[in-house]
Design a protein around this ligand. Structure first.
Ligand SMILES: [Zn+2]
Length: 133
């Protein structure tokens, strides 16, 4: 099984200037390579809903593991219970003093439902950087 990580700390060794966008592009290139080998035996198996229009690889939603209950779950918003999503909205991230999705390897989860109400959104990250509340 190949899965994306929430952090790419060691990608500097293989990419000149890694960003979330270049990492996303690398995933799409790998996906296209494995899907477009006519006549070759299937080198990968894909799950339903993983292939989007124009044959792009659609990322799955974040999946967390609870070590106490020994179960996998999608993280939910502590305020409204909606499922959290990866924030790729550079304007929103910049407005709240965070690194952009497009120009960094930082990734933040947020609640699109709560964010659309205009109040200060809550962002979630595996490890906080110094100086960020
Ligand atoms: Zn919410």
């Amino acid at each position: 099984m190949i899965m994306q990580r929430d952090r790419y700390d060691s990608v500097d060794a293989i990419m000149a200037r890694p960003t979330n966008r270049t990492i996303d592009a690398a995933w799409q290139a790998a996906f296209a390579f494995h899907r477009q080998r006519p006549g070759a035996p299937a080198s990968a198996m894909y799950l339903r809903g993983q292939v989007g229009q124009n044959q792009v690889c659609l990322p799955f939603q974040a999946l967390f593991y609870c070590q106490r209950a020994h179960t996998w779950f999608h993280p939910v918003c502590p305020q409204c219970g909606s499922e959290l999503a990866l924030c790729q909205d550079d304007a929103l991230l910049t407005r709240w003093g965070l690194g952009t999705y497009s120009d960094s390897v930082e990734r933040f989860m947020y609640c699109p439902a709560c964010s659309s109400h205009g109040g200060p959104p809550a962002f979630f990250v595996k490890t906080k950087k110094d100086g960020i509340a």
